[in-house]
Write a protein that binds this ligand. Structure first.
Ligand code: PEP
Ligand code: MG
Length: 578
């Protein structure tokens, strides 16, 4: 029977196909075999690494529970260690991989399943069943973590369902076989959602306990535009969605044919459309979309590809590639915004869990100033890359003038050292700050004399202004860019920057949302930085609008006191200029 489950739409598009439940260790893996004999050694290694990882996890837990005299659970973990080092168990799994060509995960599941069935006849051994199942979950978690990287080894197209996905897992997804994804948790402007949009992977988040209620192989339609997961769709639903999908494709082709047209309003105002990127290879799509430059390069994504701390050469290689490819068009490189939901490098050692409130913790510039060696390596690489084209340095999460002054001092030191070494750099490189903390937005005039430009980060500005975690699906309905407080703070920010003749752009997701383009134009924003797939639509709205019409939209929107009224009003206006 067809069932419609409603979630939060985060990345447009339609995906239709069988579900693959990933990382849900209560759900069973579908039978999966290696298509090629040559893949067997890698699969054996995957199993052996998973056993080693599970053993070290269990050892750690055993030590920590032993330290707590109140808990007498040490023997449980000793039993787990015994199972993990049990030769017959391991040879049985290896036999399934080597002889039957099962994937490591499926081989573990079958082997443990057989053990458990045997134990069920012996009630006095029931506790062993729990131990075996616990080991199964631990091993599968270790194996599947790595399997995210090669979903294509399933050999078929799937809609991925997971409890949660990190930005790096989405960045690594095989775009051919992963048709779309849905998760139990998440929010619209979390970084997982941002990467999904950049990669044009249809996605819905915040679906509650979907991983518990759906099994691999179930047919679904995922509607990333309306935020729906339609389970076991009827034939007429499927036909309707096939038509919507075809319309989307046609609209996309039509918009792309206009990509190179100049972005000028009907009354002759030139608007600059730059792009946001996370990885150097995305420069291709920036160029394809005829962007005026890169308004935000999120460099923390270097940690996705690089297992350890990227050194200066790793930074330099990435930045110089992007700057050269942009052939003189500006590239705004943002310094590391690590922490919060982008703790790529910390996830391996669990230390990211030590901050109780990471959104308000040692994130971004706070982290960089507290780790000067990490920061200096990046600053040196950015300065060196500035020798190849126009580079602008952007500092995230700035809260005070002191932070800016410290960065200015560090950049100066780095440049002096580079001069001593005879290395080339641009001595006039511009330095700007993200406006994403409400206190900075409110006293922006205090920053006008110490920066060269501003970039508004609405993703964080909204979460801090409205006290709503951008990644939490439970409060997603409170995350409202159309909130009158957001509109008013943006009015203040853009006006202050323009009055003081400090260039200002917006790189938060609001800049690429067709609903807000007219409003932002009316506030005086002339530089938008958006994800490449959003560019054609934003450009079309601007070409169809005039500054006079945009000013009228602002006047009316600012008079409305409820977010719902603002949204309804802007929705009607947006259709006039689409
Ligand atoms: C923002 O906060 O709006 C922004 C662009 O930065 P990020 O999404 O990387 O936090
Ligand atoms: Mg931000």
């Amino acid at each position: 029977m067809e069932t419609i489950i409603r979630g939060i739409p985060v990345s447009q598009g339609i995906a239709m196909g069988p579900v693959y439940v990933l990382g849900s260790f209560e759900a069973k893996l579908p039978p999966s075999y290696l298509p090629d004999e040559e893949m067997i050694p890698a699969e054996v290694e995957r199993f052996q690494n998973a056993v080693a990882k599970a053993q070290s996890e269990v050892e750690k837990i055993k030590l920590s529970v032993q330290a707590d005299a109140k808990q007498d659970v040490g023997p449980i973990f000793e039993a787990h260690i015994l199972i993990l080092s049990d030769r017959p168990f391991k040879s049985e799994v290896l036999r399934r991989i080597q002889r039957n060509r099962m994937t490591a995960g499926y081989a573990v599941q079958c082997t443990i399943g057989e053990y458990v069935r045997g134990l069920k006849d012996k009630p006095f051994l029931n506790p062993r069943i729990n131990d075996m199942q616990d080991i199964e979950r631990r091993l599968l978690r270790a194996i599947l973590d790595r399997q995210y990287e090669d979903l294509h080894s399933l050999g078929r197209k799937v809609v991925v369902i997971a409890r949660d996905l990190t930005p790096s897992q989405i960045a690594d997804m095989d775009r051919v076989n992963v048709l779309g994804f849905a998760t139990n948790i998440g929010g619209t402007t979390g970084h997982a959602a941002i990467v999904a949009r950049a990669r044009e992977i249809p996605a819905v988040v915040g679906l509650g306990n979907i991983t518990d209620t759906i099994t691999s192989g179930t047919e679904v339609i995922l509607d990333g535009t309306r935020g729906l997961l339609i389970v076991q769709p009827q034939d007429n639903t499927r036909t309707a969605y096939e038509k919507i999908q075809a319309d989307y494709r046609r609209f996309g082709v039509e918009l792309m044919s206009e990509a190179g047209w100049p972005t000028v309003t009907m009354d002759g105002c030139r608007i600059y459309i730059q792009g946001n990127i996370e990885f150097p290879h995305e420069t291709d799509s920036i160029i394809r979309n005829h962007a005026d430059g890169i308004g935000l390069y999120r460099t923390e994504f270097l940690y996705v590809d690089n297992k350890g701390e990227p050194n200066e050469e790793v930074h330099f290689d990435a930045y110089s590639r992007v700057v050269k490819a942009m052939s003189g068009r500006p590239v705004t490189i943002r310094t590391l915004d690590l922490g919060y939901d982008k703790d790529f490098h910390l996830q391996d050692n669990d230390s990211y869990l030590t901050e109780r409130n990471p959104g308000l913790g040692c994130r971004a510039i706070r982290y960089c100033l507290a780790n000067p060696d990490v920061f200096r390596a990046q600053l040196r690489a950015i300065c060196r890359a500035s020798a190849f084209g126009e580079v602008k340095l952007l500092i995230p999460m700035v809260c005070s003038r002191e932070e800016v002054q410290k960065v200015v001092g560090l950049v100066r030191n780095v440049q002096e050292r580079l001069s001593d070494e005879g290395a080339a750099y641009d001595p006039d490189m511009k330095l700007g700050i993200m406006v994403e903390v409400p206190s900075v937005a409110l006293v922006l005039d205090h920053f006008c004399d110490i920066v060269d430009f501003f970039s508004i980060g609405t993703n964080d500005l909204i979460q801090y202004l409205l006290a709503v975690d951008r990644t939490n699906e439970q409060v997603a309905q409170l995350y409202r860019p159309e909130h009158p407080a957001v509109l008013r703070i943006l009015l203040n920010v853009i006006k202050t920057a323009n009055d003081n003749h400090v260039p200002i752009s917006m790189c938060g997701e609001m800049a690429g949302d067709p609903l807000f383009v007219m409003f932002l134009l009316g506030l005086g924003l002339r530089n938008f930085s958006v994800s490449p797939p959003q560019m054609p639509e934003v450009k079309r709205i601007i070409r169809n609008s005039s500054l006079a019409a945009a000013t009228a939209v602002v006047d009316s929107a600012l008079e409305l006191s409820s977010p719902r009224d603002v949204r309804n009003f802007l929705r009607v206006e947006a259709t006039k200029f689409a």
